[in-house]
Design a protein around this ligand. Structure first.
Ligand code: BGC
Length: 753
C-alpha cells in the first residue's frame, strides 16, 4: 500500500533491495562507492532514494524517524545524509534554539537571531496579493539559507473559525480558497529557493484551548470544504514538501496518529509525496503513529528529553520520544510495524532531501539577512495589508500641507507591536512603531505629540491604578483636543494574543474603548487604528468614529506603512480576509466553542465566516472582502465566455469570466475584484455564495482593465460524503463579481452542462 505511492520503477528496486537487506543485510554492509547513483545530482529524486535506501542499515533507518535535537533531524554521516536544520516561522525566521516558550522570553539567554519581521499571516492575506506573498516566501527562504538553516516551519493555513483563537493572526483568514491561494504562493516562494517549508497544522487546529487534548469533531463534508482545501491546494498546486500534523485530536484520534487524515486523505486522496512532521511534542505512541503515516517526530534527542521531563510540558499535555530508534526497532521486532512502513517513512524524508537540493548543496550560512530587498517586501506587505474600514467625509488622507499638528495616542502608538506571540514571533533588528513612522513622515512642519492614554493590559501594573488611569485618560483628551488630527492606536500584543491560549474576549483590552471615546469627544478628526490579529468589538464607539484603519500586526515596517497610508503616499487597498462581527455572539462558532469535556463539535458545519453571515442574514460590522480606497472603482461588462463545456472530472477549459474594472477616482489605486459562485439549483444545502476567484488590479485614475478569472470544476463543486468525491451538479449557477461578499456589483448566469 505504502510503497505503491512511489514511482513504479523505484518501487520494484525498493522491494528487491528491501528483501535483500532483510535476508542478509549485505548491501547495507558494503562500503559506499564514490559514484553510487544516489550521489548523482542528475538523477530524479525517486531514483536516488531507491538507490540509497537499501544501503541503509535498519538501525540507520530507525534513527531517521525522530529529531536529533530541538530543530534538527538526524543525519546519517556514513552515507552523507545531512540533518535538516529547521527554523520557526512563518512571518520571518525565528530563533531555533530552545522551545518557543524559552526563545520568546526576553531573558531567555538563548542566542537571539535577528531577522526581518514580515507582517502577520492575516495581514498578508489582507493584501490578496499572491505575487507579493510568493516574494515574501522567497525572501524568508533567503534568510533561512543565510542563517545556515534548511527548513522554515510555515505557512499556517488553519482557518479562522472563532474570533477568539489565539493564532488567528498567523493564518490567512476565514476562507479556504483565499487561504489556499496564499499558502500556495508562500510555498512556491520558499521551495523555489530550495528551502523546505512546512505546511501547518494538519488539521482542524482552530483553537488553542487545551490544544494538546481538545478533540475537534468535524463532519466529512465540512472538513473537505472548509478545513482541508488550503492543504489540498498546497499539495496539488505547489507540491509542498512537508506537512506538519496538528496537536489536537480530530474525530477522536490525535492528528499524529490519524490514518484517515495522514494516509487516506493527505497521501492517497491528495497525492502528497513529501513527509509528515509532527508538531513539537504531539506524539503519543510508536506503532499507531507510524502506521498512520506520520514520518518524522519532532523534537528529539537530549533537548526533547529535558523538555519532556518538565512539569510544565507534562501539564500542557505534550507527548514526545515515541519514534526513537530503540522504540521503532522494538515495534518492528514485535511485528507491530512492517519494514515497508519504515521504508516509506525514510523514503519520504530522503526524497525531500534530494528534491530540495539539500543533499547536493547544503546551506553553510553566512549570507546577509534583512537586506534592503527583504525590508521592501515587508514594507509592501504591511502597506498593502492595511484595510481602510471607515472614512467619513474623506478625513483621510491627511493633507500634510493643511495641518499643523497630529496627536498620536494609545498603548500601541509608541511601541511596535509587530506580531502575535508564540513560535512565529520574530526578533527584528529594528521595528517602526506608529509614532516613529508618523513623526518621520510628518517632518519638521507638523507638530507630532504623544500620549499613552491607557497602559496595555497586563504590561505595567503601575499604570493600572484608578488615579493613574484617570490621569492618563485626561492627558490623552487634552493632547487630542489641541491637535488638528488625532490618531489613536489600540489593540493587543504578543502576550494577549498568542499561541497556546485563546483570547478571553472579543473586547479590546481594558480601558481602550474608554480611550477611543474620550479622544473622539475631544477631537472630531480622529482616526482609530486597530493593531490586532483577531476581530474586536467596536460597538461602543464605531458609530461616532470618523475614520478607521485595520493594520493587523504589520511586522517591522508597520509604522512606515501606516504613515504612508495616513498621508496618502500609498492608497489603501487591503480587503478583509475575515468577517468582522459586531459581537462574539453573532459568530457562527458561538455556542460551539471551546467545547465541553475536551470535545468541540463544529456544529456550524460549513457555515464559517461569510458563508454563515451571508446565508443566514446576520449582518457583520464589516463583511469579508471589504476595504475602502482613496479612489473609487466601477465594475462593468461581466461576460461568461465558454469555449468548451465542462465534462465529468476534466478541467473546464472555458474562456473564463471577464469583467472590466475602472478607476473612477482621482488617485491611482488597487482594487481586488472578487468572484463568488452562487448555486441556486443544488439538491443539497449550500452557502448562498462562495469565493472562487480574485484579482488584484492596479489602476491609474480613469484607467480601465479587463480582469479574467478561470473557473475549474472545484468552483462549482461540493463534497459528497456519499460519493466520497466533489460533485458539480449541472444547471444554472450565478457568477457574482464585486468588491466584498456583500457588495456584489454584477451577476451573470453560467450554465453548467
Ligand atoms: C507550534 C508550531 C511550531 C513548533 C516549533 C509548536 O508549539 O504549534 O507551529 O512550529 O512549536 O516551535
Amino acid at each position: 500500500m505504502r510503497t505503491a505511492r512511489l514511482h513504479p520503477c523505484s518501487l520494484s528496486i525498493i522491494l528487491l533491495a528491501t528483501s535483500l537487506v532483510s535476508i542478509n543485510g549485505l548491501l547495507a554492509q558494503e562500503a559506499v562507492p564514490a559514484n553510487a547513483p544516489y550521489k548523482d545530482v542528475g538523477l530524479p529524486a525517486d531514483r536516488r532514494v531507491a538507490d540509497l535506501l537499501p544501503r541503509m542499515t535498519i538501525e540507520e533507518k530507525a534513527t531517521m524517524l525522530s529529531g536529533s535535537g530541538w530543530m534538527e533531524s538526524a543525519p546519517i554521516e556514513r552515507l552523507g545524509i545531512p540533518a535538516i536544520k529547521m527554523a520557526d516561522g512563518p512571518m520571518g525566521v525565528r530563533s531555533w534554539a530552545g522551545s518557543s516558550a524559552i526563545t520568546n522570553s526576553v531573558n531567555s539567554g538563548v542566542a537571539k537571531v535577528q531577522t526581518t519581521s514580515f507582517p502577520s499571516g492575516v495581514d498578508m492575506a489582507a493584501t490578496w496579493d499572491t505575487d507579493l506573498v510568493q516574494r515574501e516566501g522567497r525572501a524568508i527562504a533567503q534568510e533561512v539559507k543565510a542563517l545556515g538553516r534548511d527548513m522554515i516551519l510555515g505557512p499556517t493555513v488553519n482557518i479562522n473559525r472563532v474570533p477568539l483563537w489565539g493564532r488567528n493572526f498567523e493564518g490567512y483568514g476565514e476562507d479556504p480558497y483565499l487561504s489556499g491561494r496564499m499558502g500556495v504562493a508562500y510555498i512556491k516562494g520558499v521551495q523555489g529557493e530550495g528551502v523546505i517549508p512546512s505546511l501547518k497544522h494538519f488539521a482542524a487546529n482552530n483553537e488553542e484551548f487545551q490544544r494538546h487534548r481538545i478533540d475537534a469533531h468535524v463532519d466529512e463534508r465540512t472538513l473537505h470544504e472548509i478545513y482541508l482545501p488550503a492543504f489540498e491546494a498546497a499539495v496539488r498546486q505547489a507540491h509542498v514538501w512537508t506537512v506538519m500534523s496538528a496537536y489536537n485530536l480530530l474525530n477522536g484520534v490525535h492528528c499524529a496518529e490519524s490514518a484517515p487524515l495522514l494516509t487516506d486523505i493527505l497521501k492517497k486522496e491528495f497525492g502528497f509525496k513529501g513527509f509528515v512532521i509532527s508538531d513539537w511534542g504531539s506524539t503519543y505512541s510508536t506503532a499507531p503513529t507510524m502506521n498512520a503515516g506520520m514520518d518524522l517526530e519532532m523534537p528529539g534527542g537530549a533537548p526533547m528529553q529535558a523538555w519532556l521531563a518538565t512539569g510544565q510540558t507534562q501539564a500542557a499535555g505534550n507527548g514526545a520520544g515515541w519514534l526513537t530508534a530503540d522504540k521503532v526497532l522494538a515495534e518492528l521486532k514485535a511485528g507491530n510495524i512492517t519494514e515497508a512502513t519504515l521504508n516509506d517513512n525514510v523514503s519520504r524524508i530522503l526524497r525531500v532531501i534530494f528534491e530540495s537540493g539539500l543533499f547536493d548543496h547544503p546551506h553553510p550560512g553566512g549570507g546577509e539577512v534583512d537586506t534592503p530587498e527583504q525590508r521592501a517586501v515587508a514594507l509592501q506587505g504591511a502597506t498593502e495589508g492595511i484595510v481602510l474600514l471607515k472614512n467619513t467625509d474623506s478625513l483621510l488622507p491627511i493633507d500634510a500641507g493643511r495641518i499643523h499638528s497630529i496627536a498620536v495616542i494609545g498603548p500601541n502608538a509608541a511601541v511596535a507591536r509587530t506580531g502575535g506571540g508564540g513560535s512565529s514571533l520574530v526578533r527584528p533588528k529594528y521595528a517602526i512603531a506608529p509614532l516613529d513612522g508618523i513623526k518621520e513622515r510628518a517632518g519638521s512642519k507638523i507638530d507630532v505629540t504623544y500620549a499613552l492614554g491607557v497602559g496595555m493590559q497586563g504590561e505595567d501594573p503601575a499604570q493600572d491604578t484608578p488615579e493613574t488611569r484617570a490621569k492618563l485618560l485626561k492627558e490623552a483628551s487634552d493632547t487630542a483636543a489641541k491637535a488638528d488630527v488625532a490618531v489613536v492606536v489600540v489593540g493587543r500584543y504578543s502576550k494577549l494574543e498568542a499561541e497556546s491560549f485563546d483570547v478571553k474576549t472579543m473586547d479590546l483590552p481594558a480601558g481602550q474603548d474608554e480611550l477611543i471615546e474620550a479622544v473622539e469627544k475631544a477631537n472630531p478628526h480622529t482616526v482609530v487604528v486597530l493593531n490586532t490579529g483577531d476581530p474586536v468589538t467596536m460597538t461602543k464607539w464605531i458609530d461616532k468614529t470618523p475614520a478607521l484603519l485595520d493594520i493587523w500586526y504589520g511586522g517591522q515596517e508597520g509604522g512606515h506603512a501606516l504613515a504612508s497610508i495616513l498621508f496618502g503616499d500609498a492608497n489603501p487597498s487591503g480587503k478583509l480576509p475575515v468577517s468582522l462581527p459586531k459581537k462574539f455572539e453573532d459568530s457562527p462558532a458561538y455556542g460551539h466553542y471551546p467545547g465541553e469535556n475536551l470535545k468541540v463539535d463544529y456544529a456550524e458545519g460549513i457555515y464559517v465566516g461569510y458563508r454563515y453571515y451571508d446565508t443566514r442574514n446576520v449582518e457583520p460590522l464589516f463583511p469579508f472582502g471589504f476595504g475602502l480606497s482613496y479612489a473609487t472603482f466601477e465594475y462593468s461588462d461581466l461576460r461568461v465566455v465558454h469555449t468548451r463545456t465542462f465534462e465529468g472530472t476534466a478541467h473546464w477549459d472555458g474562456d473564463h469570466v471577464q469583467v472590466k474594472v475602472r478607476n473612477t477616482g482621482t488617485r491611482a489605486g488597487a482594487e481586488v475584484a472578487q468572484l463568488y459562485i452562487h448555486d441556486g439549483h443544488s439538491k443539497i444545502d449550500r452557502p448562498v455564495h462562495e469565493l472562487k476567484g480574485f484579482q488584484r488590479v492596479e489602476l491609474k485614475p480613469g484607467e480601465t482593465k479587463t480582469v479574467q478569472f478561470a473557473l475549474d470544476r472545484a468552483a462549482f463543486s461540493y463534497w459528497s460524503p456519499e460519493q466520497k468525491d466533489w460533485v458539480a451538479e449541472p444547471g444554472t449557477f450565478e457568477v457574482q463579481v464585486g468588491a466584498s461578499s456583500r457588495d456584489i456589483r454584477l451577476r451573470a448566469p453560467l450554465e453548467l452542462k
